[in-house]
Design a protein around this ligand. Structure first.
Ligand SMILES: [Mg+2]
Length: 370
């Protein structure tokens, strides 16, 4: 589902004059950094752009059309010159006293975005007035408050604010950080799993799969992969460990795929070679194709509370759902060390492959997509 940025015009793209009407050339002033950060948002992130603006009394004698369009067209032309094109521009012409269903903060002009084809939970309204923050609340979006003045001016809608910004740089950095998170809920007759991931986290793990050893291994992924992972699993362990193990890998693979998004700017590949009596090697490629090579032999049937045969199955399921290539090899004496080394090497490989360049946002493939 597509995410949307609903962007206010006056005070956000252009400075708002005292009399609140941009109707003369000397009132046209673009917000500092607006063009460059919006261009970065268009190039690097994946949002539909919708401009939504109240223009009180546009077309009446108090605000003739001829005073509006030349400056609005100048804005659009200037944006186009930077590669910034709005998918839709919604202009309401009523006055506040009319209480029109189409006027912000009402959503009359935005029904198509509410009807299910768009991911509004992960969408945002960028605005400088309380009505923008109320619009965010009405749409079920987050509010990005871009205003040099105090947040108090957001009135009763302060709770809708997820980013309190004084400039476009802060807005861009907030959106970039947001980008690499994902949530999932997967429910079958065998397991019920809810999970979330933050690829740019600090190693926080809140994991309860019902299998202590699996929890311990997933902790390794968070710690050594520098990502935050929340997983709550209710599986049919009374049958055996199989469904829980497999479905955790399916959800984890799906979370990674979702959080990586377009994969623009990622390193794509990762590898590692650790530890003690064991040598473990995990080669990884987020190339978009599932594949696994598995060169590991366990001499014990179980480690902790899980059967060793489930480890291959875990990585195979992960590879299928993250759509990545995994080439895993390990040898050594101690079976616990062997699998822990594999999970740590896997974490390091993930950490390297997911790293994103601050400067290069091209897709790391000559095909142009992954
Ligand atoms: Mg405004």
């Amino acid at each position: 589902m597509k995410k949307v940025l609903f962007i206010d015009r006056d005070g956000i793209l252009m400075e708002e004059p005292e009399d609140e009407q941009i109707d003369q050339l000397d009132k046209v002033q673009f917000l500092p950094g607006m063009f460059s950060y919006l261009r970065d948002i268009v190039e690097k992130l994946d949002y539909v752009l919708v401009m939504i603006t109240n223009q009180d009394g546009l077309g009446t004698s108090s605000y003739p059309e001829s005073n509006f369009w030349p400056f609005h067209e100048l804005l659009l032309r200037s944006l186009r010159g930077e590669g910034i094109v709005f998918d839709e521009i919604c202009i309401d012409r009523s006055f506040a006293k009319d209480n029109s269903p189409y006027r912000k903060p009402n959503t009359g002009m935005l029904t198509k975005y509410i009807e299910g084809q768009y991911d509004l939970k992960n969408s945002f309204v960028i605005g400088d007035r309380w009505s923008d923050m109320q619009l965010a609340s009405n749409l079920g979006c987050g509010g990005i408050w871009l205003n040099k003045r105090e947040t108090e001016r957001a009135g009763n809608w302060r709770d809708s604010i997820v980013c309190d910004a004084k400039d476009w740089k802060t807005v861009f950095e907030f959106l970039i950080r947001k980008e690499r998170k994902a949530n999932a809920v997967r429910i079958t007759n065998e397991t019920q799993i809810s999970g979330s991931i933050n690829l740019d986290g600090s190693g926080i793990a809140e994991i309860k799969t019902g299998l202590n050893f699996l929890d311990h291994m997933l902790d390794q992924i968070c710690k050594h992969g520098s990502m935050d992972l929340f997983l709550q699993v209710n599986g049919d362990l009374e049958v055996d460990e199989h469904h829980t193990f497999e479905d955790v890998a399916i959800v984890l693979g799906g979370l990674l795929k979702q959080a990586l998004g377009k994969k623009a700017g990622i390193t794509r590949y990762g590898y590692a070679l650790p530890m003690d009596d064991c040598k473990a090697q995990v080669l990884l490629d987020f190339g978009g194709r599932p594949w696994i090579e598995w060169d590991v032999i366990f001499n014990r049937e179980r480690i902790g509370d899980v059967p060793t045969e489930m480890f291959y199955h875990f990585f195979k399921s992960f590879s299928d759902h993250a759509q990545c290539n995994l080439n895993i090899k390990a040898e050594g004496e101690n079976e616990h060390h062997k699998i822990e080394a594999i999970f740590k090497a896997f974490a390091k490989a993930l950490k390297m492959a997911k790293e994103k360049s601050q400067f290069d946002y091209s897709i790391p493939s000559t095909k142009g997509s992954l």
